[in-house]
Ligand binder design. Structure first.
Ligand code: PLP
Length: 402
């Protein structure tokens, strides 16, 4: 028995919301719950250390700035990057938009951007937008019926591509993409490579120094941190070379009527007052994850994922998206004759919180033949096998009613 299985009761007690009677939270792919340590840290900062960062020279202004920059160090260490490579944003979506606008300066009319059909809208629409602005061609790599990236098509499409962007883990199909191998292929063709790590960073070891990527992005709120804080990891040389797409206060060294000099990286990409309390909260979340152990999380969730598939994936009349193995601890499915929202509403009556609809990945779901979308149960390391049993029982009841 691993660390999490042995300590699951104590771990669950670290999360205030999980003590709600009869409440089963299976929507962590949308957002994770927060442990006391994160909530208390942020509360403490607001009560004891609140001042704007990188501005004042009084005591708490300097202390909060130090704490803010310490949070960058903690987060950079978590993915094995250097502090200057961590740009704080609001979320994954903003990180991808920012990267897209940064790369715009490297692209010219007719250049090709490649993403895939596996993507969340966040890793599709920003590219579509800049393609329209600059007259670029956007191409989508096909997926197989099991929602794996079609590698033959990938190889074809990355040839002469200027940007290749794809997800590490699919939020609908649970597909775990071999980003190391595929990013290397794209890099070898000379493309800028961006990986959407929103569903990976909370659940598995990510080491950007070991990946041939220019950008890697994720959200704090999906990994026990607060909302409104995200990360754009960018390779230092590239960040130094690129112009900031957005400007304003604090991202400059000097401003004159007829000129200015940008701040150093990463600050030149962080105009305005940053979400410093969010960053500090996220660093606390990272410390908590490190205390549990990201390897322990990965191992435990692998068991949860297998149990979920074995026990829910085979319910009569249920069809799920994605591969049969090597998948994340989530299951998006349809039940014959029941609308996904009705499935979610039925589960809600049983105290089980799941998401239903398109999960911001409509092209993927349409491609896989889920014409009304799906219902999705998504797990984190605070979930249990018995919660999966309860999900199965509730779904079986529903299937027997219809
Ligand atoms: C794979 C993936 N990419 C991007 C996002 C967008 O994240 P956010 O809403 O935090 O910007 C999500 C959120 O569900 C996601 O699952």
């Amino acid at each position: 028995m691993g660390y999490i299985e042995k300590n699951i009761k104590d771990i669950r007690e670290d999360f205030p919301i999980l003590s709600r009677p009869g409440f089963i939270y299976l929507d962590s792919a949308a957002t994770s719950q927060k442990p006391f340590v994160v909530l208390e840290k942020m509360d403490w900062v607001y009560k004891n250390l609140n001042a704007n960062v990188h501005r004042g020279i009084y005591k708490i202004a300097e202390d909060i700035t130090e704490e803010y920059e310490r949070s960058r160090k903690e987060i950079s260490g978590f993915i094995n990057a250097s502090e200057s490579e961590i740009v704080f944003t609001r979320n994954t979506t903003e990180s991808i938009n920012l990267a897209a606008y940064m790369l715009l300066q490297k692209l010219k009319r007719g250049d090709r951007i490649v993403t895939t059909l596996l993507e969340h809208h966040s890793n599709f629409l920003p590219w579509k937008k800049i393609a329209k602005i600059a007259g670029l061609n956007l191409e989508l790599v096909k997926v197989t019926s099991e929602a794996l990236i079609d590698e033959e098509d990938f190889e074809k499409k990355i040839e002469n591509a200027k940007v290749v962007a794809f997800t590490h883990v699919s939020n609908v199909a649970g597909t775990i993409v071999d980003v190391k191998r595929l990013a290397r292929k794209a890099k070898e063709r000379g493309a800028f490579v961006l990986i959407d790590g929103a569903q990976a960073t909370p659940h598995m070891k990510v080491d950007v120094s070991n990946l041939a990527v220019d950008f890697y992005v994720f959200s704090g709120h999906k990994m026990l941190g607060p909302t409104g804080i995200g990360v754009l990891y960018g390779k230092k040389d590239l960040l130094e070379e690129l112009e900031p797409p957005f400007t304003g206060g604090e991202m400059v060294k000097e401003v004159h009527k007829d000129g200015q000099s940008w701040n150093d990286v990463p600050w030149k990409f962080e105009p305005g007052t940053p979400n410093y309390v969010g960053s500090i909260g996220l660093a606390e979340a990272v410390r908590y994850i490190k205390k549990i152990g990201i390897d322990q999380i990965e191992t435990y969730e692998k068991k949860l994922s297998e149990y979920l598939l074995e026990n829910v994936g085979n319910i009569k009349g249920l069809r799920y998206a994605g591969p049969k193995n090597n998948r994340a601890a989530l299951l998006a499915f349809e039940i014959k004759g029941v609308h996904p929202h009705d499935v979610a509403a039925y589960l809600d009556m049983k105290g089980i919180a799941v998401r239903s609809g398109w999960h911001c990945a409509q092209p993927l779901q349409e491609e896989l033949g889920f014409s009304n979308g799906t219902t999705r149960a998504s797990l984190y390391f605070y979930n249990t096998f018995s919660e999966i049993d309860k999900l199965r029982t509730a779904l079986e009841e529903l299937v027997n009613i219809v």
